[in-house]
Write a protein that binds this ligand. Structure first.
Ligand code: ZN
Length: 394
């Protein structure tokens, strides 16, 4: 993860939205004949960020909960009193599909302006067949309005909706028998995810949901061991999930199982930060044991963090991840975490020409300069789509 293959005095040739050559400028110029060139002397050219874990399909904001959290209420207490996810669920259910699309586009545009060109997008604020499908239809629409690639994930198992309080098994049955068959049948999602956690979905319930999804061709992700060691990472390993995410409380033994099963550990430094909890994922330990780490924002109404540059800074300064490792974790490893590794995540011939021009002399400025948007231009499929802090194309 520390090997970035930095090319000094390099060039990239693009044709029809794909990279056709890259390497030292003299060689690329010998191999290709450019019709149009973009001089980015003195800048960094790097792959567009891939954000492997976001929850952007919601309406409304929850800024008042920050004060509640500071005053000492935990996430689970807020959830039990009908706030948190459940508040966003009420607002998202009330919204029309058009209102939900507009709100979500606002979130996606914030991400693009900060350099994210491929985004995993979860549902999970509908929690009825109608509203989960509405959310995934919105996710599918996004690419038509903003120049990003979207990877949709079904997260009907995000919370137990209030109308199923005390009867979680009935809600699991609704997910398994109604939601998953329709979503898989209409190919509305690539992944199925579950919030496997004490007081949310148990290991058994999570397994039931994920197995049903797997049988119908969906790939798997798990919100694993965020507040307690519920065995989420082990479950992800057992079912062959693509990734297990959060991993704050996972035992080293279960992380090793995930590594042996070929899974990716998705680390979300913004989550404990915005939950005001002191636990940190042991990303350093994961890398040392050979578990590939990807980093995401966990963008959501409780973690308004659209930029992958901030989690990079947090990972470097709080988790002892080097800038090079954090760049790998937000580009090519993140592409593996959403099974887009053959399409995006690195600058190699054949992949989408999704790239960032950073106003920085070397890559270590990512992680070092905190709270600064270093992205000067964003190139998506060969077109400049962000320039001077504005989206210039769609
Ligand atoms: Zn999440």
């Amino acid at each position: 993860m520390r090997e970035l293959s930095v090319v000094k005095n390099g060039a990239v040739a693009i044709k029809d939205g794909r990279i056709v050559a890259c390497g030292p400028t003299a060689r690329v110029e010998r191999e290709t004949l450019a019709e149009k060139t973009l001089d980015v002397s003195g800048k960094i050219v790097m792959p567009g960020f891939v954000d492997p874990h976001t929850h952007p399909v919601f309406v409304g904001t929850r800024e008042q909960e920050l004060t509640t959290k500071i005053e000492g209420k935990s996430y689970m207490e807020i959830l039990r009193s009908g706030g948190g996810i459940l508040r966003s669920v009420r607002e998202t259910r009330r919204a029309t599909k058009q209102q939900l699309l507009e709100a979500t586009l606002g979130h996606i545009r914030e991400m693009l302006l900060q350099g994210t060109t491929t985004i995993e997008v979860k549902s999970g604020y509908g929690l009825t067949p109608r509203d989960e499908i509405k959310s995934l239809e919105v996710a599918r629409e996004l690419e038509r309005h903003v120049p990003v690639s979207v990877v949709p994930t079904f997260l009907g198992a995000h919370a137990i909706p209030q109308e199923y309080a005390g009867k979680p098994e009935d809600y699991v049955t609704l997910i398994v028998e109604e939601m998953i068959p329709e979503i898989a049948g209409r190919k509305l999602a690539k992944f199925c995810d579950v919030f496997c956690e004490q007081g949310v979905f148990s290991g058994e319930q999570s397994k039931r949901i994920l197995q049903a999804a797997k049988v119908l061709g969906l790939k798997l992700k798990v919100h694993a061991d965020e507040f307690s060691d519920t065995g989420g990472a082990a479950l992800a390993a057992e079912l062959g999930a693509t990734s297990a995410d959060h991993l704050l409380k996972s035992s080293p033994e279960n992380l090793r199982k995930l590594a042996n099963a070929g899974g990716i550990g998705v680390v979300l430094p913004g989550a404990p930060l915005t939950l005001l909890i002191d636990d940190r994922p042991d990303a350093r330990g994961m890398i040392e044991m050979g578990l590939p780490v990807a980093i995401g924002t966990d963008f959501s109404p409780s973690c308004w963090m659209p930029s992958q540059q901030l989690p990079i800074g947090l990972a470097c300064n709080m988790l002892r991840i080097t800038p090079a490792e954090a760049i790998t974790a937000t580009t090519v490893n993140a592409a593996f975490a959403v099974e887009m590794q053959n399409e995006v995540g690195s600058i190699v011939p054949g992949k989408h020409a999704d790239m960032l021009i950073l106003d920085a002399p070397n890559h270590q400025h990512l992680g070092y300069r905190l709270g600064v948007n270093l992205v000067e231009r964003v190139i998506k499929d060969g077109n400049v789509v962000v320039e001077d802090g504005r989206i210039v194309s769609s």
